[in-house]
Design a protein around this ligand. Structure first.
Ligand code: NDP
Length: 393
């Protein structure tokens, strides 16, 4: 029986993964090693019982009593805290879904790779903060990383059987998020509720707001650079409001291979679950005649400064990705808390990168995870200061 674990099981990607596991036979077809969640202990306990998991872990110590009470007498082990999440990731499994949101997903993903597992990677922050470490760890331990972001799954699928030397460009599509068609002058006053109204995708709240600001696409551009090893100049972003073309690969002979499908994360998750085979998936089928047309346009970098910042981060590389992601997470926290304007998020990230490049060697390659975590920590402090300055100024 295939041994699986789901990190971030109670989230949007986690729920879709759980749905596919249940449809594929649940506890009769898979041996579930670990399921982890955050504050939603009720859901985590339900999932653990249904899949007869070996261990259920909450990221928060104060949630442990509730989780333990829900699973009392079930024979399922319980634990709490980041160290317990990492320990759960070091338990051998064949297939591991990495779907924790934010930099908190990095350590468990790395642990899973050290066991030689196949890591289905939704947590793009891992590649942005520690891309080279992640890939070298996978290579050293004979582990496999499969991208789960719909764009990167699309690119991965378009590249099957292709030689990377034949690739001219990778074209990432972007819906543009909830505020895509707003007049520029209104963006500064956009609220959390407005930024959460994504036109096509149902996702967790943080990535949905990041879609509106395009910080999500900025992370994906860096993820593309790290995972597929292409030069920054070979990566292009194009606005595609319908979210039907999930991304494209352009080859030197002028041909372009696009991956199309309904906007449903169960496709890329299911692809990673069944890879290298393909299995039937419960996603809506495309009716192109009914869709009629698909549209594309170039992104406006004044509207989405995050895209410009991604270019700067890739030019510096080294620890800049870790700094960028941490600063973005703090700016997003402040926006969600109502302490920072929508457009000021990019300002906070930019101020943080400028400050860090003056006081540290941002371009230095990480020699280990400690360097990445130290930069993540420092960038959070500097970003909080930058946010205070902007809020006070
Ligand atoms: P959600 O916010 O829906 O879920 C996040 C999961 O992580 C939940 O299980 C949550 O637990 C848990 N969690 C939150 N904070 C912590 C922490 N500090 N330590 C450990 N676990 C934590 O996120 P999404 O599912 O939307 O996104 C997950 C990842 O996948 C992100 O990296 C995102 O960028 C990526 N992704 C998501 C897509 C989507 O469609 N949603 C598409 C492509 C990529 P709880 O809810 O119980 O508190």
């Amino acid at each position: 029986m295939r041994r699986i674990s789901i990190f971030g099981a109670t989230g949007s990607v986690g729920e879709s993964t759980y749905d596919l596991i249940l449809r594929a036979g649940g506890a009769e077809a898979f041996q579930t090693v670990a399921l982890t969640g955050g504050r939603n202990t009720a859901r985590l306990a339900d999932m653990a019982l249904a899949l007869r998991a070996e261990v259920a872990v909450t990221a928060h110590d104060d949630c442990l009593p509730d989780l333990a009470a829900r699973l009392a007498g079930s024979g399922i082990a319980v634990a709490a805290g980041p160290a317990a999440v990492a320990e759960a990731a070091s338990r051998p499994a064949d297939w591991v879904m990495s779907a924790i949101v934010g930099a908190a997903g990095l350590v468990p993903g790395m642990q899973a790779l050290k066991t030689g597992a196949t890591l289905a990677l939704a947590n793009k922050e891992s590649l942005v903060t520690a891309g080279q470490l992640l890939l070298s760890t996978a290579a050293r331990h004979g582990a496999t990383i499969l991208p789960v972001d719909s764009e990167h799954s699309a690119i991965f699928q378009a590249l099957i059987g292709e030689d990377m030397s034949a690739v001219e460009r990778i074209i990432l599509t972007a819906s543009g998020g909830a505020l895509r068609d707003w007049p520029m002058e209104r963006l500064a006053s956009a609220t959390v509720t407005e930024a959460l109204a994504h036109p096509n995708w149902a996702m967790g709240p943080r990535i949905t707001i990041d879609s509106a600001s395009m910080f999500n696409k900025a992370l994906e551009v860096i993820e593309t650079r790290e995972f597929f090893g292409v030069a920054p100049a070979q990566i292009e972003v194009i606005i595609h409001p319908e979210s039907i073309v999930h991304s494209m690969v352009a080859f030197h002979d002028g041909g372009v291979i696009a991956h199309l499908g309904a906007p449903d994360m169960r496709h890329p998750i299911g692809f990673a679950l069944n890879w290298p085979a393909r299995a039937a998936l419960p996603v809506a089928r495309l009716d192109l005649a009914r869709l009629g047309s698909l549209t594309f346009r170039a992104p406006d970098l004044r509207r989405w400064p995050a895209l410009r910042l991604a270019g700067e981060v890739m030019a510096v590389r080294g620890l800049a990705g870790a700094a960028f992601n941490a600063a973005k997470e703090i700016a997003l926290d402040r926006f969600i808390a109502g302490q920072l304007g929508f457009m000021a998020m990019a300002g906070v990230v930019e101020d943080t990168l400028a400050r860090l490049s003056a006081e540290t060697r941002l371009g230095n390659a990480a020699s280990g995870l400690e360097d990445v975590l130290a930069m993540d920590h420092l960038a959070r402090i500097r970003a909080a200061e930058a946010a205070d300055n902007r809020a006070g100024g």
